[in-house]
Design a protein around this ligand. Sequence first.
Ligand SMILES: [Zn+2]
Length: 185
Amino acid sequence: MNIIELLEANKGFASKLYKGLLKELVEKGQKPIATIVSCSDSRVPVEIIFNQFRPGTFFAIRVAGNVISDSSVKGSIEYAIMHLKTPYLVVLGHTECGAVKAYLAGINEGEIGKLVSNIKVESKELSKAVIENVDSQVKRVSEMDCVKEALDKERIEVYGMLYDLREGKVKCLSKNGVSCGRGTK
Ligand SMILES: [Zn+2]
């Protein structure tokens, strides 16, 4: 597929879908149900994996390694929590994450090195390291003032989740810092 075909594909989207919804979202504003911080990896298309195809569902922040890093990420989260008041905040990691691989490989140069410096995990095994990274990013996001305040007022729930690239399934790892027990999915 090339760019011309992508633009053609957009015409298909614009011509048939959601006209009323798009108008309503512009006139009344957005009210997404969740803020999701996920990886930029093309295999983790957030709306598609949650089977949501209507615009306005997620306030999506995609950054390699789903890292809670600089003001681009934190400012976006603060906006979603304080102004849009999304009731859920999800850090969504995934199996086989390239950013976590880069951390494990000791990459520390250039802008990638700076990004990877936001990942700190002890495990040397990729499958465990990606989970550890979700836990650590959940901790980081939970330390943001706006998130702490929203948690105190029980205005949000903060989740750590993991997407399995092979199975297409999302698993809950934690809710408000507590491990998701059996039956919590
Ligand atoms: Zn990734």
